[in-house]
Write a protein of this length. Structure first.
Length: 478
């Protein structure tokens, strides 16, 4: 039986057009239609226009190339350039244009603000197509590595030590130059290059120290000054805290943000407010995990009349561990007298206010506890049993009641199904486990592209495939 063999010298009867490179069911057509459906004026895309030389590339075409490349998991400008020469879907999308990697990289750098607007318009487009309702929103965060090493995060003392080492090396180079001059032999080229490098490093370290002094920072990363040290399941790294808000109806991403904070405690109201601004309509319910259970961070949403469903830390502990006879919730608070009553009927009076932690401290009379039959089980403290109550304890108690309700439990269970999948898709499928760019504004632009790519992939499924999705998006563009 003969084999089928290809023939590279076969001549086509009619030359193919670029339009024939991809069929009607190729997902690249959805990305093309999606970018065309965006409002270019609101995106505020920028490009370099020169009076002489070749005209610049169309910014919308450049945006198509960039967003589609991220859907492949490619954020390297060199990989994108290679794809524009060899990948048929990229050739089709760019219409045969082949910008080099420097042009692609510069476009991304110059349009970091516009990339954030892509995510915003993507959410509004989903709202118009009835894929997002905006009634119930879920907030979640994840840690993503920065394009920097954690070893470059140093304290002020660490940077001063480095500055001293650089100064010493500069002195050594100058001494070597003097020695060569006296001997009138050898080359100064290598020393001159080393000297310029050390002078540049000295200038950089000095600017870092100045920034730390001006902003009162304890430590700073020299490679990416906006990133922080993050701690997660994969260890400690220099990174960012990526916040995102999802809609209940189809799990689509409404808003994405990047913050340089280790925890999520004060992010709830901030993220919900930004999501409401994107959707241009208020939400009724907002949900998050216990990492957001902070009175200061939740109070703003409660005051707006939003039904906040967030479990407190003590509720999570209670669910995981059995209740003990002398746990905090076994002590009854009497608001009129501003005291706590222990299970044995002893009174814990208000002693002090910890302003730094925002807590009131209540304590028994030491002798009362020592004479109690449960001393040693309830407390071993020589000053008696102590209870701490937040200044905004009423806020926490309010959200605890909402979480404990049947409705609260049901909605919170759905949160687990919605918020975990997008981050998994971005980190694994789109290879977005680390950022390529540096600086919080550029990182936010890159995070917005990832969010848009996730939404587009979901939209193809929700709208019934490539052709219906393209048809729907083109109708939105009209």
């Amino acid at each position: 039986m003969p084999y089928r063999s290809g023939d590279r010298h076969q001549i086509f009867l009619l030359p193919p057009t670029i339009e024939e490179f991809v069929n009607e069911d190729d997902p690249v057509r959805v990305y093309d239609a999606f970018i065309d459906a965006l409002n270019q004026k609101e995106l505020d895309l920028r490009n370099s226009y020169y009076r002489t030389g070749n005209p610049p590339y169309d910014p919308m075409t450049m945006l198509k190339i960039l967003v589609y490349a991220y859907s492949y998991g490619w954020n390297s400008a060199r990989k994108i350039e290679r794809a524009l020469h060899h990948n048929l879907s990229f050739i089709w999308l760019a219409g045969g244009l082949k910008p080099n990697f420097k042009t692609i990289s510069k476009f991304r750098k110059d349009n970091k603000h516009a990339l954030k607007n892509v995510m915003k318009q993507c959410a509004r487009l989903c709202l118009k197509m009835d894929l997002i309702e905006g009634n119930c929103l879920f907030v979640d965060g994840t840690k993503v590595r920065a394009n920097a090493s954690i070893s470059q995060t140093k304290t002020k003392d660490g940077w001063q030590k480095m500055l001293k080492r650089v100064d010493n090396r500069i002195d050594e180079i100058l001494a070597e130059c003097d020695c060569l001059d006296e001997k009138e032999s050898g080359s100064l080229v290598k020393l001159e290059k080393d000297y310029k490098g050390k002078q540049a490093l000295k200038s950089k370290v000095q600017s870092i120290l100045n920034e730390m002094e001006e902003e009162g920072l304890d430590k700073l990363n020299g490679t990416d000054t906006d990133c922080i040290n993050t701690h997660g399941r994969q260890g400690s790294h220099a990174g960012y805290n990526v916040q995102s808000v999802y809609d209940e109806k189809n799990g689509l991403m409404v808003h994405v943000d990047v913050v340089a904070q280790q925890n999520d405690q004060k992010q709830f109201t901030n993220q919900i407010d930004q999501a409401i601004e994107v959707l241009e309509k208020p939400c009724k319910i907002a949900v998050a995990d216990a990492g957001y259970a902070n009175a200061e961070g939740l109070k703003g949403s409660l005051e707006q009349g939003i039904d906040v469903i967030v479990p407190s830390q003590r509720q999570i502990v209670k669910e995981r561990h059995p209740t003990k006879p002398f746990d905090r919730d076994q002590f009854k608070y009497e608001a009129e007298r501003d005291v706590y009553i222990c299970p044995e009927g002893h009174v814990l009076t208000h002693r002090t206010l910890n302003k730094k932690r925002g807590e009131h401290v209540y304590r028994t009379v030491p002798s009362t506890c020592k004479q109690c039959k449960h001393f040693g089980e309830c407390t071993k403290g020589q000053r008696g049993r102590e209870i701490r109550r937040l200044v905004d304890e009423e806020v926490i108690e309010q959200i605890e009641r909402r979480y404990d309700s049947e409705k609260g439990k049901s909605i919170y269970k759905k949160r687990k199904e919605i918020v975990e999948y997008p981050f998994g898709h971005i980190k694994r499928t789109l290879k977005g486990g680390s950022f390529l760019v540096r600086g919080i504004e550029s990182v936010l632009g890159e995070a917005s592209i990832y969010g848009s790519c996730f939404n587009i992939a979901r939209m193809i499924t929700l709208l019934g495939g490539v052709r219906p999705a393209v048809k729907k998006m083109r109708a939105m563009a009209c």
